[in-house]
Design a protein around this ligand. Structure first.
Ligand SMILES: Cc1cc2nc3c(=O)[nH]c(=O)nc-3n(C[C@H](O)[C@H](O)[C@H](O)COP(=O)(O)OP(=O)(O)OC[C@H]3O[C@@H](n4cnc5c(N)ncnc54)[C@H](O)[C@@H]3O)c2cc1C
Ligand code: FES
Length: 264
């Protein structure tokens, strides 16, 4: 499907925001789901690369526009920086599973770097359901922490950490979680696989009764369950081990079912 780009803003040398317009796509956009964005702009065939890339839904405005946040790491995200207002982008979605929206609970969202993207819409949705929402947001340095205006309205509290201490508390985001006096009922997390593994371990060490949902990252070929390129090793409560497709059975998984030792 084609969607018109109505904004593409470079935040710094690492991140950009893009807003596309589509009533139809907005109606299927829920917290946790993602779109495959194509590097083909204005229908110009671009064979380098051929494969679309996954981007989380960061927010939906007025039921007709969708926000994406991209970290410039390679070919497609570099192409995305060249997109202009009014350009048309090929998009597929919304795809994948969504986060559970609990009601009237004390919840924490733990985001690492560009893992903040799905946490924006998630925080808003959770607050609208009467939850108290704390965001723990970590990055390598201040450049990895997005301007806080984009986060306004999504959280009751925000705590920040950076590896180099250039903004917020110095150290890993799990340090914030451990230092918190709050008793959380449910934790949601998105970031690198290493960070997700550390967050799940930390939560289990605090209280293994806390529910924890993770948004997993995997290299995706098709995004629709056909290529098996995005398998995540999991174990269920009965001890059954199975590979699950991140694009269809995920990207949102019960964090306690992921066999991180097979991934990192
Ligand atoms: C469900 C899902 C949702 C996602 N949501 C977002 C999102 O909202 N915003 C976003 O920016 N990305 C998101 N990603 C990751 C994004 O799809 C990849 O980063 C994508 O590969 C970038 O395409 P590229 O062509 O620019 O880089 P590629 O050519 O694919 O990669 C270039 C190089 O960068 C490395 N690389 C790839 N990803 C990362 C990374 N995250 N951090 C550091 N190095 C990396 C690769 O290993 C490779 O060496 C998501 C992934 C999944 C599975
Ligand atoms: S990306 Fe093809 S099966 Fe998941």
């Amino acid at each position: 499907m084609k969607a018109k780009v109505i904004k593409n803003i470079r935040v710094n040398d690492k991140y950009g925001y893009m807003i596309i317009e589509s009533k139809e796509l907005s109606s299927s956009s829920e917290a946790g789901k993602f779109f495959m964005l194509s590097p083909r702009i204005n229908n110009i065939t671009n064979s380098d690369p051929l494969i679309n890339r996954a981007f989380a839904i960061a927010d939906v405005f007025h039921n007709d526009t969708i926000l994406f946040i991209y970290q410039i790491v390679g070919r497609v995200t570099t192409i995305l920086t060249t997109v202009k207002e009014g350009d048309e982008l090929n998009v597929v979605g919304a795809l994948g599973t969504k986060f559970t929206i609990c009601e009237s609970k004390n919840v924490a969202l733990v985001a690492g770097g560009v893992g903040i993207a799905p946490m924006i819409i998630l925080g808003k949705k959770l607050r609208s359901q009467g939850n108290k929402v704390t965001l723990f947001y970590g990055g390598g340095s201040s450049k990895d922490i997005l301007p806080l205006d984009i986060l306004s309205g999504s959280y009751d509290n925000i705590e920040i950490s950076t590896d180099d201490g250039s903004v917020g508390c110095k150290g890993l985001v799990t340090k914030l979680l451990l230092a918190s006096n709050e008793k959380f009922d449910h934790i949601y997390t998105c970031g690198s696989t290493g960070m997700l593994s550390a967050v799940v371990k930390t939560v289990l060490s605090i209280d293994d009764g806390i529910d924890i949902e993770v948004s997993m990252e995997a290299k995706m070929g098709c995004g629709i369950g056909a290529c098996l390129g995005c398998l995540i090793p999991t174990i269920d409560k009965n001890g059954t081990i199975a590979n699950r497709r991140c694009c269809v059975e995920g990207p949102i998984f019960d964090g306690k079912t992921i066999l991180f030792e097979r991934l990192v």
